[in-house]
Design a protein around this ligand. Structure first.
Ligand code: NAP
Length: 450
């Protein structure tokens, strides 16, 4: 059941943007009784009228007073706007869920994909970040495999739609396509090069290491979300002339070889993921079909011909939904379900999954690998609980993550400890239920434009 948000007052900064528009659609679908909304943007859109859940709202310019009496603020505007508005909202006692890259790698900011690391919301200090729209589908696919057979290396090559760069970039693709079909020249404004009938191997600016910022985000963010700093990750991010949905060709190198049927079963059991199987009949995900869907879709699951322990996959998700707006709303639902909405109501953890300071990474891996290998034996007793492990032995357990960490820290100090949540019971016989949408992608994209 989806946790109810209708008792809350929610501000949406960037309500007129590509992500904001999708956010309001999802509010209508998941929270039809939510009426206490404050729709905010810049002065450019102030005064615009938008209807949500049958109620008409006037878009207001975001000001310092905008966050009074607000419970949650979703900020989906720009990195600069997030840097400016998030601290102001937090100072007003608001829990901020931020779509930008401003705070993602900050140590005191949880970076959350609820299906993967939902428990991290418990230690928020006011701001919770959502990942980059290409990172989210990657970790949704990596996580169920990694927890059973650790991933050593990831190579992800993306094919990202223009809506990932905002509503103005969608409009630019339309205009360039029309102009090019008429034989007219085009001048890029919102992309580094011509995007009409082209692909651009550059998203965001270049770094000294030759990667782009977008690629570095995928590398850093996926490790933080999965609490797995030891995974080696490389990415090439490419913009393609598609309106909505990002795709990626992903290669995982696993610790040990694994049957494709086993990998497929793990993916099918992952909430929020639809695994397609029948490649012969062309049953693989494509951006046109996936636009408007909530799930991340994975197909073309096969052995990597160049690596005995490798698997190759094709992953597609709607960047405006699971890549941004839906993930944000799911974080709000997670905050409500775990009763940790209030800023600072739970302490920052003393143990970090990501960078265990007092612990050699090899020791940490030894414990966690043993634990994963023996998961089945442990399941009946500890299913759905957090467990603390020292030297391959469960030393403590609790349903709640933060109290367990506090207790374990009090008792064992800085000794090497692994804390893991035993996964919920897998869903059985899940039918992927992929349906082809009765719409055109053009219609979808139109809805996302300001
Ligand atoms: N698009 C994606 O797939 C995606 C995925 C994940 C994360 N994100 C992140 O989400 C954010 C929004 O992306 P988008 O694609 O929706 O961009 P967008 O279509 O360009 O929309 C930007 C929105 O922010 C508002 N805004 C701009 N500056 C503002 C300011 N200083 N104060 C208040 N509001 C301001 C704009 O209002 P006006 O109408 O007044 O201009 C508009 O509503 C970005 O940080 C982006 O990195 C996007």
């Amino acid at each position: 059941m989806i946790p109810d948000l209708s008792h809350l007052t929610i501000a949406v900064v960037g309500a007129t943007g590509a992500v904001g528009a999708e956010f309001l659609k999802i509010v209508e679908q998941r929270h039809p009784k939510l009426h206490n909304l404050k729709l905010l943007a810049s002065s450019r859109s102030a005064g615009a009228r938008l209807t949500v859940n049958g109620k008409e709202f006037t878009v207001e310019e975001t000001t310092e007073d905008s966050f009074q009496d607000v419970d949650i603020a979703f900020i989906s505007a720009s990195t600069e706007a997030s840097r400016h508005w998030a601290p102001i909202a937090v100072a007003a006692g608001v829990a901020v869920i931020d779509d930008s890259s401003a705070f993602r790698m900050q140590e005191d900011v949880p970076l959350v994909v609820p299906e993967v690391n939902g428990a991290d919301v418990t230690w928020h200090q006011g701001i919770i970040a959502i990942p980059n729209c290409s990172t989210t589908p990657l970790v949704m696919v990596a996580h169920p495999i990694h927890r059973v057979n650790p991933i050593k290396r990831i190579i992800a090559d993306t094919y990202q739609s223009v809506s990932g760069a905002g509503g103005a970039a969608v409009q630019e693709l339309r205009e360039q396509s029309e102009a090019l079909l008429k034989g007219q020249p085009v001048t890029p404004h919102h992309q580094p090069k011509q995007i009409g009938f082209n692909v651009i191997p550059q998203i965001d600016s270049f770094l000294d290491n030759g990667y782009t910022r977008e690629e570095q985000k995928m590398i850093d963010e996926s490790r933080k979300i999965m609490h797995a700093p030891e995974i080696r990750v490389s990415a090439t991010c490419v913009r393609v002339p598609v309106m909505v949905s990002h795709s990626a060709a992903v290669h995982f190198e696993l610790e040990r070889a694994m049957d494709i049927s086993e990998i497929r079963a793990l993916l099918m059991d992952m909430p929020g993921l639809t695994a397609l199987g029948n490649t012969e009949s062309g049953d693989y995900p494509m951006p046109w079909d996936v636009a408007g869907e909530d799930d991340v879709f994975v197909g073309r699951i096969r052995k990597d011909a160049s690596n005995l322990n490798g698997v190759a996959l094709w992953v597609v998700s709607d960047n405006l939904r699971k890549g941004a707006a839906l993930n944000s709303i799911q974080i709000a639902e997670e905050l409500v379900a775990r009763e940790c909405l209030k800023t600072g109501s739970t302490p920052k953890p003393k143990f970090s999954f990501g960078e265990p300071e007092s612990l050699e990474v090899s020791e940490f891996r030894k414990d966690i690998n043993y634990f994963r290998a023996h998961m089945d034996e442990l399941l009946p007793e500890f299913r759905g609980k957090y467990v603390a492990i020292i030297n391959q032995t469960i030393v403590d357990s609790d349903v709640e993550y933060v109290p367990l960490m506090d207790r374990v820290h009090g008792k064992y100090g800085d000794r090497p400890i692994v804390i893991e949540e035993i996964p919920p019971r897998p869903r059985i016989n899940r039918n992927p239920g992929f349906r082809r949408l009765q719409k055109t992608q053009g219609e979808n994209a139109q809805g996302n434009v300001n």
